[in-house]
Design a protein around this ligand. Structure first.
Ligand SMILES: [Zn+2]
Length: 341
C-alpha cells in the first residue's frame, strides 16, 4: 500500500514525430497468457467489480521475500518489501469517480470501518499525513471460519456497511478509492488468519518462502502476468507524474495542440523494449518509437505524441499501440482507439 518509488526521468520526454513516416514492421501477435483453470468451490470471491486484465490489474502481491528482497508467491518480483496484501489497480481517477465496486470475498460480519479520509494522492499530501492511517478508508470483515478480510484505500464516503452488519459473499461494500498511503487508485486486500497475513494465491503466510505451491484460496484462479500493463491513456499534452492517474480521453478535438498516448506499467525490467505507435484513421503510422528500458522499475511510464499539424488532426478513429518485449518474447501488446473530430 506504499507509494511508488521514482521512475526514470530521462525517458519522460515528449517525442514529436512527423506525420509522414514509412510503414513499419508488424509486431508478432501477443503471447496469450492462458489462465490456469484451477478453481476452489468454497474459495474467496474476487474483491473488485471489474475484469482483471481489462479494466483492473494486479499491481502487487503479498511479499514472500527473504533478506529484504521482495518476491511474489511465484518468486517473481511483483511485490514490495513488507507488502501485506494484494493490490488491485484501476485505470485512473475517472474510473474511480465513476465507481468500481469493492465486494465482500466471503460471508461475514463487519468488525470495523473507517471513513472520512479524502481521496488524495500521497504525492500531493505527503506520507506523513497518513501516519497511523496508511490503509485510508477501510473495512475489516470477520468470516465464519475466523479469517479476516481487510479492504484499504476505499473511496471517501463510499462505504455501505457499518460495524456489526452481516454481509454476504459478493455484496458491494464500498468503492475503490485513493485514500491513505497511495498515489494510484487501487484496492489493497489483506487476508488474515490468526493474526498472520495469508496469501490467497497459495494459502501460505507472508514471508513464507515463495513457490510454496499451497492451495488456491480464491474461488477462481487469477492469471499471473510478469508485467502489469495498464490501459493506454490518451491526452492532449505530455502528462506529469502527478497527472498520470487522471482520466484520459477517448475523443480529441482536431484542433488539439497535440495527441499523446501514454503507457503505464508495473514491474518493468532492465532491457525490456517498448514499441509505441500511433496510426491515423487511414491506418498509416503517424508516430513510431522504440525504447529500451534501462533499469528495473516498480512503476514506469512512457509516452509518444504528435503535435497538431497545419489544418488540424485528420478526423476519424485513431489507434495507439504498445508492444512490450522481454528478451525475444512479446510479453504483451495493447491497443487503444480514440476519435478525433
Ligand atoms: Zn497494497
Amino acid at each position: 500500500m506504499a507509494a511508488l518509488p521514482g521512475i526514470s526521468k530521462s525517458l519522460a520526454a515528449l517525442v514529436i514525430i512527423p506525420l509522414a513516416l514509412s510503414a513499419c514492421e508488424q509486431p508478432d501477435p501477443a503471447d496469450a497468457g492462458a489462465a490456469n483453470p484451477a478453481t476452489n468451490a468454497n474459495g474467496l470471491l474476487f474483491p473488485a467489480g471489474c475484469e482483471l486484465g481489462k479494466d483492473c490489474w494486479i499491481a502487487r502481491y503479498v511479499d514472500h521475500g527473504q533478506n529484504g528482497r521482495a518476491q511474489d508467491y511465484l518468486c517473481g518480483e511483483q511485490s514490495q518489501t513488507g507488502h501485506k496484501g494484494t493490490d488491485i489497480a484501476i485505470a485512473d481517477m475517472g474510473r474511480m469517480e465513476a465507481g468500481v465496486s469493492v465486494l465482500a470475498t466471503a460471508d461475514g460480519k463487519v468488525l470495523r470501518i473507517r471513513d472520512g479520509i479524502r481521496d488524495i494522492s500521497v504525492r500531493r499530501n505527503g506520507a506523513a499525513s497518513n501516519d497511523g492511517q496508511e490503509c485510508g478508508n477501510g473495512i475489516m470483515i470477520e468470516h465464519s471460519n475466523g479469517d479476516r478480510s481487510q479492504y484499504c484505500h476505499v473511496k471517501n464516503g463510499s462505504i455501505r456497511v457499518a460495524s456489526g452488519d452481516s454481509v454476504k459473499a459478493g455484496a458491494k461494500i464500498a468503492e475503490i478509492g485513493l485514500s491513505g498511503e497511495t498515489e494510484f487508485p487501487h484496492l489493497h486486500y489483506t487476508l488474515y488468519r490468526d493474526g498472520d497475513v495469508i496469501d490467497p494465491f497459495d494459502g501460505s503466510k507472508m514471508n513464507d518462502r515463495c513457490d510454496a505451491g499451497g492451495p488456491l484460496l480464491w474461488a477462481n484462479d487469477l492469471p499471473y502476468e510478469a508485467l502489469t500493463l495498464f490501459d493506454l491513456r490518451v491526452g492532449t499534452k505530455a502528462p506529469s507524474r502527478e497527472k498520470i492517474w487522471q482520466a484520459g480521453t477517448k475523443t480529441l478535438e482536431s484542433s488539439s495542440p497535440a495527441m499523446v498516448i501514454t503507457a503505464r506499467a508495473m514491474f518493468t525490467r532492465n532491457g525490456d523494449s517498448w514499441h509505441m505507435q500511433i496510426r491515423n484513421p487511414k491506418g498509416k503510422i503517424a508516430a513510431d518509437q522504440k525504447v529500451i528500458l534501462d533499469d528495473d522499475k516498480q512503476f514506469y511510464y512512457h509516452f509518444i505524441g504528435i503535435k497538431r499539424p497545419a489544418g488540424g488532426f485528420m478526423p476519424g478513429i485513431w489507434t495507439g499501440e504498445l508492444t512490450a518485449r522481454r528478451g525475444d518474447d512479446t510479453v504483451k501488446k495493447i491497443k487503444v482507439e480514440f476519435r478525433t473530430e
